[in-house]
Design a protein around this ligand. Structure first.
Ligand SMILES: Nc1ncnc2c1ncn2[C@@H]1O[C@H](COP(=O)(O)OP(=O)(O)OP(=O)(O)O)[C@@H](O)[C@H]1O
Length: 256
């Protein structure tokens, strides 16, 4: 079933991007449905970061169209409605977790404590810390945090803007399985509150944690589907095998 326009948080049509003379995205079409946790999966160099940059409106494109929350990507009014966490942590090492969040909250106009109507209005520092499970680390210096905790501080700063769409570029890279699991649980919690999440990863087994999947390979979309449909259509039992099947036998449009 095609999603209606009102259900689509991100719509990409015939997107083409050339970076340094190389085609980084080639005729990419996809739709990210509102309120879903969508995984953008593919091997290193497939074009995941480039696609996210195009969605953020910071990527020069050679052709095609990208619409985000009904507006052209990069529109000024999207700045507060879309959160982006890159692979490089963008927090201050010589401040505590809470000091970092208070600093970003001030910039974004987010409250320090939850208001009377918790769950309504902007996300507070307390709520953001709670959501990422860092309540017990609030007074710890960022430079002493583990890799997974550091990723979660970046995620918490993005939550402060109460974005409708959250774009996360390989947030679990380099983390152990336990931390990866806890981050995916956090993503699910954020999605359950109605936020649309687009999360990239090159670890195929993370596919099962998503509502929807977009598989990228060599600048093209191999499949735009659900985890269950991916396994069914390829006759495989895990996401790695499904990906290899698509690579070897051609995708011929796994789009459902
Ligand atoms: N400035 C650049 N000059 C030349 N090639 C580039 C440039 N930036 C990106 N590319 C190429 O574009 C392709 C897509 O890169 P992109 O960063 O989108 O991949 P990715 O899927 O995010 O990879 P990774 O998982 O390793 O982060 C890669 O082949 C990369 O080498």
């Amino acid at each position: 079933m095609q999603a209606g326009m009102e259900d689509v948080a991100v719509e990409v049509r015939r997107l083409r991007v050339v970076r340094g003379g190389r085609t980084a995205l080639d005729d990419v079409d996809l739709a990210v449905r509102a309120g879903t946790l969508t995984g953008l999966l593919g091997p290193s160099g497939a074009g995941k970061t480039t696609l996210m940059r195009a969605i953020l409106g910071v990527q020069v494109v050679a052709g095609g169209e990208v619409r985000v929350l009904g507006r052209p990507a990069g529109s000024p009014d999207l700045r507060r409605r879309v959160g982006y966490v890159t692979q490089a942590p963008s927090v201050y090492e010589d401040l505590t977790v809470e000091e970092n969040l208070r600093y970003f909250a001030r910039i974004l106009g987010a409250p320090h404590h939850a208001g009377v109507d918790a769950g309504q209005g902007p996300v507070s520092v307390d709520e953001a810390l709670e959501t990422v499970g860092l309540g017990n680390h609030r007074r710890q210096m960022v430079r002493t945090l583990s890799g997974g905790e550091l990723s979660r501080v970046s995620l918490a700063t993005a939550l402060l803007g109460s974005p409708e769409l959250l774009v996360l570029d390989e947030p679990t890279v380099g983390l152990d399985p336990v931390l990866r699991d806890s981050l995916w649980t956090t993503f699910r919690r954020i999605a359950a509150s109605g936020t649309t999440l687009l999360v990239s990863s090159h670890v195929m087994d993370e596919a099962v944690r998503c509502d929807r999947l977009v598989l990228l390979r060599a600048a093209r979309v191999l499949a735009d589907t659900t985890p269950g449909e991916l396994l069914r259509s390829t006759g495989t039992t895990d996401a790695d095998a499904a990906f290899l099947h698509l690579v070897r036998h051609g995708s011929e449009e796994v789009r459902r």
